[in-house]
Design a protein around this ligand. Structure first.
Ligand SMILES: [Ca+2]
Length: 314
């Protein structure tokens, strides 16, 4: 209240700027603006749990500083007979992801799968597959066309990702590439849900390069050690347009610094006593600020939207 009074009394732009501390969630006269946290590599410095590692090439080398003049590589255990190696990383909060990329030190695997979780690893959903044998290795049809009716479908890229270059190649998955509503992301709850993740799991699958069958544990002649120098996950902390940053709370968990009278770790609801109109995600055209007032009947009259985990809203 005091701040509002000072803003109203404050007649110069400098005075307003000083009072509002250049908060990107408000303009210079205190009107709300859609605001989003910075784009970051959400994997940087985070712990990756690898199902197999060489003691000299630990999983922390996947997310350390990627310095081209001092490349550090994680490697799967050279004595392992496993044909599948998992790399699992928790982001500690919901993020909206733009890409996931792996920079290999050694040969790329023939097949690779990327999964995501939206509930801290309780359930997992396929994000993307790569294989020269999509049907055989992952049971997926290759090259399925994307339309507005299947925008949350994971695809299998029918590509020999292990061929070129022989070593040091990169695999990069762009979450919105080829998805028709990407150009209208603000108005696509389906794609907003599609890019949301709390955890990422990369599954490297070792297959026989000629017969395209999964290697048997005894097939040591062809066994390869996976080696990756960098796992990068590009995206933004998910705050639904109601915060410009995420901060570590006193309980050690990451949360949005919510503005516009919103609340929750992702600013996904109105704060108490601000229910005069229903919560909405901010768009470029309308911030949908929560407004102080009596309880509101949250009847959302939009068309039904079905999400990947079976949830639906009307
Ligand atoms: Ca590294």
């Amino acid at each position: 209240m005091l701040l509002l009074l000072l803003v109203l009394l404050c007649r110069t732009a400098i005075c307003r700027t000083l009072l509002l501390e250049d908060d990107p969630c408000y303009d210079d006269v205190g009107r709300p603006l859609r605001c989003i946290p910075d784009f970051v590599n959400a994997a940087f410095g985070r712990l990756v749990v690898a199902s197999s590692s060489e003691p000299t090439n630990p999983a922390r080398y996947l997310t350390d500083l990627n310095n081209p003049s001092n490349v550090t590589c994680w490697a799967s255990n050279i004595n392992s007979t496993e044909t599948v190696v998992n790399l699992t990383l928790s982001l500690g909060k919901k993020y909206e992801l733009t890409y996931i990329s792996l920079q290999f030190c050694g040969p790329k695997p023939d097949s690779l799968a990327i999964y995501k979780s939206m509930n801290y690893g309780e359930t997992w959903y396929p994000f993307q597959f790569y294989s020269s044998q999509c049907r055989k290795v992952f049971g997926k049809s290759p090259n399925v066309p994307l339309t507005r009716s299947n925008e949350q479908e994971s695809l299998c890229a029918d590509a020999r990702i292990g061929i070129e270059p022989a070593t040091g190649g990169r695999v990069a998955f762009s979450t919105l590439e080829g998805r028709p509503s990407a150009y209208d992301f603000d108005n696509s709850p389906v794609l907003q849900d599609w890019v949301t993740a709390t955890d990422i799991r990369v599954v490297l699958v070792r297959v026989h390069p000629w017969s395209m069958t999964t290697l048997s544990p005894n097939d040591t002649e062809l066994s390869t050690v996976y080696s990756v120098s960098d796992l990068a996950i590009g995206g933004r902390c998910k705050c639904n347009g109601h915060a410009s940053r995420c901060v570590m709370g006193s309980d050690g968990s990451l949360a949005c610094d919510c503005k516009h009278n919103t609340a929750g770790r992702d600013c996904e609801k109105c704060k108490p006593f601000h229910f005069d109109r229903p919560w909405r995600r901010a768009t470029a055209q309308n911030v949908h600020e929560c407004v102080e007032g009596a309880s509101y009947n949250f009847a959302i009259k939009n068309r039904e939207v079905r999400f990947q985990d079976g949830r639906s809203v009307k």
